[in-house]
Design a protein around this ligand. Structure first.
Ligand SMILES: *Cc1c(COP(=O)(O)O)cnc(C)c1O
Length: 377
């Protein structure tokens, strides 16, 4: 029997004629870098997030690295963070020669379990870097209490949470500085790109300088106030970001619709846990991750992922625990069993296809195949 070819990708950017026109318009000007689109994009993001300063960079990873560096965190310092995240949120600490100290997560929100933080604090601890995992803001009130009590800096990796809100405040504005990423699978994209957002003038100034070889605003092109990088974001990327930001509300609403349909259709499956909602917290939908229940079920997640992929349905294992990456185990002695909640969730999570253009028919197809595969396993 001939089965129809399914091709449902894991994610897909939402690009319209507006983006194409605004990007090509830049190409007709002489300004391809450090032109007018850069401050325009930065100002729009700062306004959207509700902070004083935004500094555009070439990736979310660069944004995180510049935040760590601008805070002077380095050799001998420890930073508390989550092992259940994209690897960049821990690498930014390691690469500045500070030590990432992991704390396990809450099994429902998948964010840092704040009850477990204080036992990891010592006199080398400088900061807590909390991630708003899958677009759900972390428990920022609890984080702030701990940070104030122990005089620690709070850093927000809000790369997955553009548009999310915690008690009426936008993600990115919840720590001393926040980082956004604009890779094509995020809520909005610049191709590659990122942004530091902060109310702290000093952090903004240092990040602005270090993204541009360490130049200061007042400096000439060959004057350098400090060592820096080339983490600049081109005018082409900024124009794409401006167009995407103008459509963000519409795109977030579509993502929410898709998520609600998944929630509804998966709610009848006893074997599956749908993403948590938390009162007073507004998730910005980055990915749709279903968690397979463990007891009394014995469903093998890896088999399901392989079979979905074989049938043309894009899916992924979000996330693999950071502490179990071989170089983390080697450098810091982390091993299997250190963070049981993270490890258990990681073994049972499946990111399903998720993007604005998904139709109800696409969602039905995904759910039908998921049910079919689970019923056979
Ligand atoms: C996407 C992401 C980043 C940054 O990613 P880039 O690909 O460098 O833009 C950082 N942290 C988290 C949690 C992310 O999801």
């Amino acid at each position: 029997m001939k089965t129809p070819d399914i091709k449902i990708p894991l994610s897909r950017p939402d690009i319209t004629d507006l983006e194409i026109e605004q990007v090509t318009a830049v190409l007709r000007t002489p300004y391809l870098s450090l032109g007018p689109k850069l401050p325009e994009f930065e100002d729009l993001i700062a306004e959207y997030v509700g902070v004083r300063y935004a500094v555009a960079v070439n990736s979310g990873t660069s944004a995180l690295q510049l935040i760590i560096r601008s805070l002077g965190i380095g050799e001998g310092d420890e930073v508390i963070t989550t092992p259940f995240s994209f690897i960049a949120s821990a690498n930014c600490i390691l690469l500045e020669r500070a030590r990432p100290v992991f704390v396990d997560i809450d099994p429902r929100t998948l964010n840092l379990n704040t009850d477990l933080i204080e036992e990891k604090i010592n006199d080398r601890t400088r900061a807590i870097l909390a991630v708003d995992v899958f677009g759900l803001p972390a428990d920022w009130d609890a984080l702030k209490l701990i940070a104030d009590k122990h005089k620690l800096i709070l850093i927000e990796d809000s790369c997955e949470a553009l548009g999310a809100e915690y008690k009426g405040r936008k993600a990115g504005s919840l720590g001393i500085a926040g980082a956004f990423g604009f890779y094509p699978n995020k809520q909005m994209t610049t191709g590659e790109g990122g942004m530091v957002v902060t109310d702290d003038e000093r952090i903004a100034r240092l990040c602005r300088s270090m993204r541009n070889q360490g130049r200061d605003d007042s400096d000439d092109w060959f004057g350098y106030a400090r060592p820096g990088y080339n983490f600049r974001l081109s005018e082409i990327n900024c124009a794409l970001g401006i167009a995407q930001l103008s459509r963000l509300k519409e795109m977030l609403a579509k993502r929410e619709q898709v998520a609600n349909l998944y929630n509804l259709k998966l709610s009848v499956m006893a074997e599956v846990i749908t993403p948590a909602s938390v009162s007073d917290v507004k998730r910005s939908w980055f990915v749709y991750v279903a968690i397979l229940k463990d007891k009394p079920y014995t469903i093998n997640r890896d088999t399901i992922v392989e079979e979905l992929q074989r049938r043309g349905i894009g899916c992924a294992k979000y996330f693999v625990p950071i502490h179990l990456q071989p170089f983390y185990m080697e450098m810091y002695g982390y091993k299997q069993g250190n963070f049981p909640v993270t490890e258990s969730i990681s073994r049972r999570s499946i990111a399903l296809p998720f993007y604005t253009a998904m139709t109800e028919e696409d969602i039905d197809t995904v759910v039908r195949h998921l049910k079919d595969i689970i019923s056979r396993s």
